[in-house]
Write a new protein. Structure first.
Length: 261
């Protein structure tokens, strides 16, 4: 990589849960699966970076007011401790401490906390915002444009392809189109190890191993190639692939307040 250049700490912030038809998460999936909806916080000498923002914090009090029928359709469950601002507070941070927000894509379980960070710089892949406002019908129920409307006034940094956030190789946005047109994963280099945080490029380790996309993906061919890209990068960089939505993999990692260095 770049000598000793690396991010300082990585926290996995526990979020809400959804219980979905497994056929939505992986081609050929059967039954229902309860999946975690995490966000990730990365400390770098040049800022505090949040990857995704979870569900709308106020949904704890009245989920139907925020998500309507999706509460039942997606089996949304959320406690006050799982709000992204509560998760930050539990490790000593306030929303205003976050300097950069990287959005993997515009599905509801990633966009809900955007309005908490009006002072941050926002990064998203080119082509994603348009799809968020006008998605294909197969996935339309999983978008809530009201979540990302507040950032219109602030302005997004739209990036075209892989993007090195601080120019030092430590935090790299990886273009992984397929799930949505502007879907992204995140590479994080720490002092002792590196991770590829998949976002929704894949929904399980089985999907990674078998090149299996999700059935509502915007582009199946691109989704498969994005999975292959992550595997190739992980092999080249000796990185651990962390599939945020994999309920079996989730308990095997440290969660906040514990962290990786």
């Amino acid at each position: 990589m770049h000598g000793t250049t690396h991010a300082k700490r990585l926290w996995a912030l526990d979020g809400a849960r959804m219980t979905l038809e497994n056929s939505l998460l992986i081609v050929g999936g059967t039954g229902k699966l309860t999946v975690p909806l995490p966000t990730f916080l990365i400390e770098h000498e040049r800022g505090l970076v949040l990857f995704d923002t979870g569900l709308v914090p106020e949904a704890v009090d009245d989920p139907h007011a925020v998500y309507g029928e999706l509460v039942e359709e997606a089996g949304i469950e959320m406690t006050s401790e799982q709000r992204v601002d509560s998760q930050l507070a539990a490790i000593g941070f306030q929303p205003e401490d976050v300097t950069h927000v990287i959005l993997s894509h515009t599905h509801v379980d990633h966009t809900g906390g955007l309005s908490l960070f009006p002072h941050a710089k926002f990064f998203i892949q080119r082509g994603e915002l348009g799809y968020g406002y006008w998605p294909y019908p197969a996935a339309a129920a999983f978008f809530r444009p009201a979540d990302f409307d507040p950032i219109r006034k602030i302005g997004w940094n739209e990036v075209d392809g892989d993007f090195d956030l601080f120019g030092d190789g430590s935090i790299q946005m990886l273009a992984c189109p397929g799930h949505t047109p502007g879907n992204a994963s995140l590479f994080v280099q720490l002092a002792e190890q590196s991770f590829i945080l998949t976002g929704d490029t894949a929904h399980s380790i089985a999907a990674i191993e078998n090149d299996l996309p999700a059935s509502p993906d915007a582009n199946t061919e691109k989704a498969v190639w994005s999975i292959r890209k992550l595997k190739q990068l992980a092999a080249a960089r000796q990185s651990t692939i962390w599939v945020g939505h994999d309920p079996d993999q989730w308990p095997t990692f440290k969660h906040a307040p514990e962290y990786y260095v």
